[in-house]
Write a protein that binds this ligand. Structure first.
Ligand SMILES: [Zn+2]
Length: 969
């Protein structure tokens, strides 16, 4: 069998040597850099490759070219050497050395990371391609907007243009291999003169993001040298590094609104270069999975794309099988539903998203892979140490897998040792896996993808053009002709944000020059109009429509819903009336609009209306030295009705007025305070509590990100601070963001102890560690002693706020003695559906600014909360439907009728379950959220539930019991 494979590899090598097409030999390019292969490279790579079949004739050699620095010349070692990982600065140093030596490489800076590292894109191509990069960039820009050219011109441009193929490594910085591999790839593309490489170099321009999350890269490399390098089988080094990027781990691949600066920088770059293909290189599957866009698929995308995706994946699978490489498969892992993956920026703009998941570890040690019994039913058939991407403890794509593991073969992966139609040659048995194996697979795959692209460059470009053209025609061809975001909404700051998020993604928006009448209704002048006769009309629909999940039997890899209007509580009207396409509009040309607020009147007290803007909390903090009160009832002044929760600001008008206007708020200056009950908005001493596990720091990170964006100061605290005790002397409010993985015990005990401390501290050797907090030992959690400190905090008057899965903690450890937290059944499945929630206590400060009794909220997998009623569990309940117990502020009506967008299987399980509970305890209180009101940078409409809690922390009054809900049970 093996001999057969070997001969297949020899045949493949021979084919490559002979040239893949007679025309190719003629295309030699202008570079004279031809050299003999480096014998040392061949010898070492063979040594580091754990089995012959884990390599290919494309990567088992490397030319040496005088004057051209190879990775070894700069880094001191060849790529894939065991126990060697490269820091980001050295990666940049390598690319810069290569660019300095070769006219085939060009580097552009696209921004700075959260921690200040330079973000770059590296271009590699023929001398001619790089010399004329500007011209090629222009061609792609023209194809991206077919309205600017005739079909005849398009054909002429396609004849001259070249596809830009973008590759990205290190998006998940625990997945360390591809960022190493890409350096060798760049060198090979410059240095090698084989027919295949010449063909790629001449026909395709390759662009590279060396490391998409460089901050996380350096932290991971530090962690590897501190702990991972000593890891051997039977001697685990311990937990994963607590932080990757400043705020998030793997959610940088789910940052649908491009909040993180690294993702935003790449998006901005995208609009300059329009790569028709963007390809993210991950590490999580055995031995290599290549994305084919399986179901559930978003039907808004062009059918051409759904043909292209499996075509390329199958080409790779076939070629790699030809080279004798087992374990390459497609289909059956990531689906094509959520548009939030980073490389989706290409598909969202009529290009093509691609992804690999390559077998690898979080470090550079060679480790065992044990594939389970092909006949077994193991989840993925992989057992043993660190069989997937980032090793134990850290949580890359495995986290999403855990959240959405399939029960049938239609989901993620199945048993990877089993042959399937989409995995014709699985890897089996037990073997060592090295960093070089990872390099070999990744580079062979990428070279094969580039081979395909270089073989069919005109098809790729034509498809890009036709997909763009089709998209501009959807407004007339399809039912939905556009969207209107009406002007005159109560809170225009959310309109501003929504418009800016759409503009950021290149969606064209106009403002109606006069009142608009369509069959859907009348909309005031100034309303924002999104017409579906533009290149990104498909994306506009994807983002703005309600997600109708195509098959409730299918699971999805990430969220099932993201409808922007529902998420942000902004009115967005879907328009079928084709007249929208001919409306007179002023084009919004700014990348970011600003809708200024309004502060009228003259007087000593500013009444600032709380219309639900998330900027209210920013205003409070910008005016932190002023006396600010919140009104407890509605009142009218100056022709404006101020809802309960509106601010009364007693301050210097020269400071208040510009602050109100800058934040888009509405205020009237009054001669004196109005006759309405009000309480002081004292600023709480706020702490955000975080576990040390990476999965926790990420969800905590999203809350930190929101607080930072809205300028709310806080302390980030860990078990170390809690154990010190006396929390009440330091804090008024402690928020536990969503964490703990659905278990109060995990909140208390966090990372399992390893028998030896695992510290996360900055040192001279490891200066990227100990950032955002330090610990002598990240394992063990706060323990029961920590629980007692939280109990003392609440008893002494503190406000403890728990979000989502963190709400198991107060329920299970008695901090909210009357609250129980149960779990949904195994059949329940809700990958982030948007559902209705009924507000039961509209006068509670937590609902300041909310003007509707029923609001859309995101629901995933929070606890099913109940509040015990009756004095004793032995008393029989009173007859009739039970009343809503005291303290239930918001409730899910539940049932399929109340699912607004996306998928919730088993929606009856949340029927009448509390969504928010306010439980007084001692002098303080615990406020439990079943859902997560601060989910990624996404459900803005819910953010104020948290912000109001923070601002009104010491002005909350106990809530009475309420009558039974109609139709309950
Ligand atoms: Zn990944």
């Amino acid at each position: 069998m093996l001999d057969g494979r070997r001969s297949a590899r020899l045949l493949a090598a021979a084919l490559l040597v002979l040239g893949l097409g007679s025309g190719m030999l003629a295309q030699t390019g202008g570079n004279k850099a031809v050299g003999a292969d480096d014998p040392e490279f061949a010898r070492l790579v063979k040594e580091w490759t754990t089995r012959p079949e884990f390599s290919s004739p494309l990567v088992d050699h490397l030319p040496k070219v005088a004057g051209l620095p190879s990775p070894k010349d700069v880094l001191g070692h060849h790529i894939g050497e065991p126990k060697k990982l490269t820091y980001y600065a050295d990666i940049l140093k390598y690319y810069r050395a290569l660019a300095a030596a070769s006219p085939r490489v060009k580097i552009v800076t696209i921004g700075r990371s959260n921690e200040g590292r330079e973000l770059v894109v590296v271009f590699v191509g023929s001398d001619e391609s790089i010399r004329n990069l500007e011209q090629y960039r222009t061609y792609l820009g023209q194809l991206a907007d077919p309205r600017s050219i005739t079909p005849q011109q398009a054909a002429e441009i396609i004849a001259k243009a070249k596809p830009l193929y973008h590759l990205s490594g290190g998006l998940h910085s625990g997945e360390v291999g591809p960022s190493e591999m890409l350096m060798e790839l760049a060198y090979r593309l410059v240095a090698e003169d084989s027919p295949l490489i010449r063909q790629i170099r001449d026909q395709v321009i390759v662009s590279i993001t060396p490391v998409a999350d460089p901050d996380g890269r350096d932290r991971n490399v530090d962690w590897y040298y501190k702990y991972g390098i000593n890891e051997t089988e039977g001697r685990p080094a311990g937990a994963g590094v607590p932080y990757w990027g400043k705020y998030v781990f793997h959610d940088d691949n789910r940052d649908i609104n491009y909040s993180q600066v690294e993702m935003r920088s790449l998006l901005d770059w995208y609009f300059q270069y329009h790569p028709p293909i963007m390809h993210d290189l991950h590490q999580a599957q055995t031995l290599m999975y290549t994305f084919s866009g399986q179901a559930p698929q978003n039907p808004n995308l062009d059918p051409i794309l759904y043909g292209e995706l499996p075509m390329m994946a199958n080409f790779e699978m076939a070629q790699m099988a030809k080279y004798g490489m087992p374990g390459v498969w497609t289909h059956g892992f990531v689906d094509m539903w959520s548009p939030g993956y980073l490389a989706f920026m290409s598909s969202n703009h009529n290009g093509m998203i691609r992804m690999y998941e390559i077998q690898g570890f979080s470090g550079a040690n060679t480790q065992k892979v044990r594939l389970g019994d092909p006949n077994g039913s193991g989840a993925n058939g992989v057992t043993g140490a660190a069989a997937t991407g980032s090793g134990r403890g850290s949580a890359p794509d495995a986290a999403a897998q855990a959240a959405g593991r399939p029960s049938t073969g239609s989901g993620q992966g199945g048993n990877q040792a089993v042959r399937e139609w989409y995995r014709p040659w699985p890897a089996t048995g037990e073997f060592d896996w090295s960093l070089r194996n990872n390099t070999n697979y990744g580079q062979t795959g990428v070279l094969t993808a580039l081979q395909y692209t270089s073989q069919f460059p005109k098809v790729i470009l034509e498809n890009f053009y036709v997909k763009s053209r089709n998209s501009t025609e959807t407004g007339r061809r399809e039912a939905v002709a556009g969207y209107i975001i009406p002007s005159g909404q109560r809170d225009m700051t959310r309109v501003e944000r929504l418009v800016n998020l759409l503009r950021m993604q290149g969606i064209e928006i106009g403002r109606a020059t006069s009142e608009v009448t369509l069959q859907e209704g009348r909309f005031p002048a100034g309303s924002f109009v999104v017409k579906r006769d533009q290149p990104y009309s498909r994306l506009a629909k994807t983002l703005l429509e309600r997600q109708v999940y195509p098959d409730p039997n299918l699971r999805t890899y990430d969220d099932a819903a993201w409808t922007m209007g529902l998420m942000s509580h902004t009115e967005v009207k879907e328009i079928l009336d084709k007249k929208i396409l001919d409306l007179q509009v002023d084009k919004v040309s700014e990348k970011e609009i600003h809708l200024a607020g309004k502060a009228t009147g003259a007087g000593a007290v500013f009444a600032v209306a709380h219309f639900g803007s998330t900027n209210m909390i920013t205003l409070r903090y910008r005016l932190k030295d002023a006396k600010v009160q919140a009104t407890e009832k509605e009142f009218s002044e100056g022709g404006i009705t101020f809802p309960a929760g509106s601010f009364l600001v007693h301050g210097d008008a020269s400071k208040v007025r510009p602050a109100v206007e800058a934040l888009g708020l509405t205020a009237v200056a009054l001669a004196g305070a109005p006759q309405v009950a009000a309480h002081d908005l004292d600023l709480p001493r706020l702490a955000i509590y975080s576990l040390w596990s990476g999965q926790a720091t990420q969800d905590v990170g999203w809350v930190r990100y929101a607080l930072d964006r809205f300028e709310v100061p806080y302390d980030l605290i860990y078990k170390e601070r809690v154990r010190k005790g006396d929390l009440k002397s330091a804090y008024d409010v402690i928020v536990l963001p969503n964490q703990g993985g659905g278990s109060g015990k995990r909140v208390v005990f966090d990372i399992e102890g390893r028998g030896q401390p695992i510290e996360y501290k900055k040192s001279d050797a490891f200066k990227n560690l100990g950032v955002y907090g330090e610990s002598d030992d990240i394992t063990g959690g706060m323990g029961l002693g920590g629980v007692a400190e939280f109990e003392k905090f609440v008893q002494a008057g503190g406000v403890l706020v728990t979000l989502g899965q963190a709400s198991y903690f107060p329920a299970e450890f008695g901090l909210a003695p009357k609250v129980d937290a149960a779990r949904t059944s195994p059949q329940f499945y809700s990958p982030g559906a948007i559902v209705d929630a009924d507000i039961l206590a509209p006068e509670h400060p937590i609902f300041y600014g909310y003007d509707r009794k029923t609001i859309p909220v995101r629901y995933a997998n929070g606890p099913l909360l109940t509040v015990q009623t009756g004095a004793s569990p032995f008393e029989p309940p009173p007859p009739g439907p039970p009343p809503t117990p005291a303290g239930v502020l918001m409730r899910y009506p539940g049932g399929d009728d109340h699912v607004l967008s996306g998928l919730m299987r088993g929606a009856n399980e949340i029927r009448n379950r509390p969504a928010i509970i306010d439980q007084p305890s001692g002098k303080g209180r615990v406020i439990l959220f079943a859902g997560n009101p601060c989910y990624r940078w996404q459900n803005f409409g819910e953010f104020n539930l948290l912000f109001n809690t923070i601002l009104n922390f010491n002005d909350i009054k106990p809530e009475p019991a309420r009558p039974a809900p109609t139709g309950a049970r």
